[in-house]
Ligand binder design. Structure first.
Ligand SMILES: Nc1nc2c(c(=O)[nH]1)N[C@H]1C(S)=C(S)[C@@H](COP(=O)(O)OP(=O)(O)OC[C@H]3O[C@@H](n4cnc5c(=O)[nH]c(N)nc54)[C@H](O)[C@@H]3O)O[C@H]1N2
Ligand SMILES: Nc1nc2c(c(=O)[nH]1)N[C@H]1C(S)=C(S)[C@@H](COP(=O)(O)OP(=O)(O)OC[C@H]3O[C@@H](n4cnc5c(=O)[nH]c(N)nc54)[C@H](O)[C@@H]3O)O[C@H]1N2
Ligand code: SF4
Ligand SMILES: [Mo]
Length: 707
């Protein structure tokens, strides 16, 4: 045991950045434990952290370049692999132009320092504008709100959970997800702390989530009706004369326009659309505006829906008009050691938005990426600019994008596809070439993105622990080598650690945060203190002022006013997704320790609906949407609102591609989600509120409600 070593490390699976203590020897991990001294996570971890070791030793992991020959993947050398990739990509671009090659970047990239540093170079070398990522499945409405109101997509307000007196949560389940665009590990404990100091947390969700249960205050809401609620809260704050702009009064524009715009959105109208009583909405507005501090936080459920952009705008507006923006206990802005906003500053640059529109259906492009919802049609529709080859890096859109099966069919018809990934899975099985990626424990880790969204400022860095298998390059080096070959150069550029050393001096804490200081931090992480007001200096709008009422959102209000529930006789229920503690999106389901136990891929249904559709005695149901069908076990529970059903995201791995240990038969929610359902302002996918019907398996479809 003498050669056991220990390392402080940040878990980079989800956004929470939990501090870990990893004990290991030359070959393997001995233990992964929470770091109680980590100033951000304070000893929190979840079961996924322990599985970090499984991703490395996974028997199904791809560990050599694989080329598809007569339908079978065969190992090839790295030289052959690079040559094959470069030759085929060049052939496609010669025949169809630069845009003939599309790129899809999946969620793990956001957590991988080396990938974030090197992928922009790859895209530049390819010269394609056909770019997609999981961000447009997920969070573009936040960026769109920040662009138009504050001038920079990454000026994202983060709830000051540590000091707030009243927190309103719409469409987030941070007890399970540990926060999103709000890095808040151990959120349950943080809620307990709010309550212990006399504060409140109110959760508004069509499901009584784990967060709602622990918060103690929960209101059911009809899917996709959040914008009505948020605008009614704004309406009520003005109507009750409770607005107070605090320190931002002098730099906020558009107050009168906003006041006028919310006129039609009364508490009564919101009550009709949301199912929440008007008196409750009025009281909530009063409590929110009169609390010493309060913060409204609207996430996934309020973002991945048809009115995602209106929700994020209204969410910010509510915080701003109640003096809860850039002030303690409200929505605040981080000052990270590696300042992404500063590094990508747009000050003094004039831009128009959306930057472009997609070729086939004219959906907006923000942040250089088209909505993932249009990826299939861009591959299918012939003509100039059609995608004829695709590169996926750490992405699994067949399981994670709306109408995923359509994407699978489109990938199959391409001239060429390549993937950088860990697995042969539902997406990468369509590739002609798979390049094996390194995993977390084989890489240095510095979180470039999520320090920007953290509820407390910290910085942490760790070196790789293990070598990559077969002497493979680390993923950043793989990407750099591919880029070099594409651009005919020999140079692969500096390592992520070298880049970090160059960038830290430009950040907010250049005196205290250096690579050396990070590596020797006694608790594994440097505490940079609570969030501090700073917005006035950071606004990137052309006039350096906050715009409360940008035209793009005002122009979308008539669409909201015209909105009617999509419930019909054919599709009488609305489907939403849910996350689970023991899985991360679609890619952790190959860890036996995470998937053991009962099949968690169930459809949740309210008892009233099980009676209404005569499904009480049924073990399994068939669910149909406009685009697909699936069969899965039923779970009758009053934790889901009447009229709504919930299926977890991230499942549906087809049999035969996972190890025997984890072969559970599950379904992909995105066989059912509809790629035509989007938020047209941002192009973000509307995963939530999908109209569906249920039928008992092997019986006539019970499409109609028993009246
Ligand atoms: N364990 C685990 N943690 C994760 C992930 C994971 O897969 N597993 N994924 C990570 C990623 S990539 C992200 S983006 C984050 C997401 O983290 P969160 O934003 O917390 O997302 P969810 O947990 O999906 O919670 C969304 C909630 O919205 C509700 N909802 C659905 N439709 C509506 C609606 O119309 N209105 C309202 N008000 N609510 C609605 C759902 O019931 C659900 O409770 O989680 C991250 N953390
Ligand atoms: N219906 C519905 N759909 C959803 C959601 C939802 O709530 N409901 N959530 C959405 C959200 S928030 C997100 S972020 C997206 C996620 O969508 P994606 O990013 O497309 O999906 P992931 O499941 O994260 O897929 C990660 C892929 O990367 C591979 N991988 C894992 N680690 C590495 C690595 O280190 N390097 C490389 N190269 N590959 C790696 C995995 O094998 C897998 O193929 O899904 C979205 N889809
Ligand atoms: S909550 Fe997220 S960051 Fe923390 S241990 Fe779990 S997966 Fe890792
Ligand atoms: Mo996400």
């Amino acid at each position: 045991m003498s050669d056991l070593k220990t390392q402080f490390r940040t878990c980079n699976i989800c956004e929470a950045m939990c501090g870990l203590i990893v004990t290991y020897d030359e070959d393997q991990v001995h233990s992964i434990k929470p770091n109680p001294e980590d100033p951000l996570s304070r000893g929190h971890i979840c079961p996924k952290a322990i599985a970090l070791q499984d991703f490395r030793t996974d028997p199904d992991r791809v560990t050599t370049p694989l080329k598809k020959v007569d339908g079978e993947f065969v190992p090839i050398s790295w030289d052959e692999a690079y040559d094959f990739a470069v030759e085929r990509l060049a052939a496609v671009q010669q025949a169809h132009g630069k845009d003939g090659v599309g790129v899809y970047l999946g969620n793990p990239n956001a957590h991988k320092f080396g990938n974030l540093l090197t992928l922009p170079g790859l895209i530049k070398a390819l010269g394609t504008s056909n770019r997609y990522s999981s961000a447009t499945a997920d969070q573009i409405p936040h960026h769109v709100a920040s662009i138009h109101m504050l001038g920079h997509p990454m000026l994202i307000p983060v709830p000051d959970v540590a000091r707030t007196d009243l927190m309103l949560i719409l469409g987030g389940n941070p007890v399970v997800s540990n926060g999103s665009m709000m890095t808040a590990p151990g959120f349950g404990k943080r809620m307990d702390e709010i309550k212990a100091r006399g504060g409140r947390v109110v959760v508004i969700d069509p499901r009584r989530t784990e967060t709602a249960t622990r918060a103690g205050e929960h209101l059911f809401i009809q899917p996709e009706s959040d914008a009505f609620l948020l605008l009614a809260l704004i309406h009520e704050v003005f109507a009750q004369g409770l607005e107070d702009f605090g320190a931002l009064a002098a730099i906020t524009d558009g107050v009168e326009i906003l006041k006028e715009a919310v006129q039609p959105f009364t508490a009564d109208k919101a009550a009709e659309m949301t199912g929440i009583e008007a008196s409750t909405i009025r009281a909530l507005a009063r409590d929110f505006a009169s609390a010493k501090s309060a913060v409204c936080y609207a996430r996934m459920g309020a973002s991945t829906q048809s009115f995602g952009s209106l929700c994020q705008w209204a969410n910010n507006a509510l915080n701003i008009i109640t003096g809860n923006f850039d002030s303690a206990g409200g929505a605040m802005f981080t000052t990270p050691a590696l300042d992404y906003v500063g590094m990508t500053s747009r000050k003094g640059k004039t831009r128009s938005y959306p930057e472009k529109r997609s070729r086939v259906s004219g959906q907006p492009l923000y942040n250089g990426e088209f909505p993932v919802s249009v990826m299939a049609e861009e591959m299918e529709m012939p003509g100039e600019g059609q995608i004829k080859a695709m590169i996926t890096v750490a992405g699994n859109p067949v399981l994670t994008a709306p109408n995923g099966q359509r994407i699978g069919r489109a990938l199959e018809n391409l001239d060429f596809m390549m993937s950088i990934d860990l697995h042969i899975n539902d997406t990468t099985r369509h590739a002609d070439l798979i390049l094996p990626a390194s995993v977390a424990l084989e890489e240095e880790v510095y979180d470039m993105v999520f320090h920007s969204f953290a509820v407390h400022n910290t910085a942490a860095f760790a070196a790789p622990i293990f070598e990559t298998p077969n002497g493979n390059p680390q993923e950043w080096e793989l990407i750099s080598r591919l880029t070099a070959r594409i651009s005919g150069s020999n140079s692969i550029g500096p390592s992520p650690t070298e880049v970090l050393a160059m960038l830290l001096p430009q950040g907010y804490h250049s005196n205290s945060v250096t690579v050396e200081a990070l590596l020797t931090a006694p608790t594994g992480s440097i505490d940079l203190g609570p969030l501090v007001p700073n917005l006035a200096d950071r606004l990137e709008t052309p006039d350096a002022r906050i715009n409360l009422a940008p035209e793009v959102f005002l122009a979308d209000l008539p669409r909201l006013q015209a909105f009617q529930s999509p419930v019909s006789e054919e599709f009488p229920l609305l489907m939403i997704g849910r996350r689970q503690v023991r899985s991360h999106n679609s890619w952790t389901q190959n860890s036996p320790r995470l998937v053991k136990g009962r099949n968690r891929c169930t459809i949740q249904l309210n008892p009233a609906d099980s009676v209404r559709f005569r499904l009480g005695e049924v073990g399994e149901v068939q669910i149909d949407s406009a685009v697909g069908t699936a069969t899965l076990p039923i779970e009758i529970t009053d934790e889901i609102a009447p009229g709504v059903v919930s299926i977890p995201q991230g499942w549906g791995q087809r049999q035969g591609e996972l190890s025997a240990a984890t072969k559970v038969q599950t379904v992909s929610i995105n066989d059912l989600t509809d790629d035509r359902r989007i938020d047209p302002v941002s192009g973000n996918a509307a995963f939530n509120g999908v109209p569906v019907r249920l039928a008992a398996v092997n019986q006539e479809p019970l499409a109609r409600a028993a009246k």
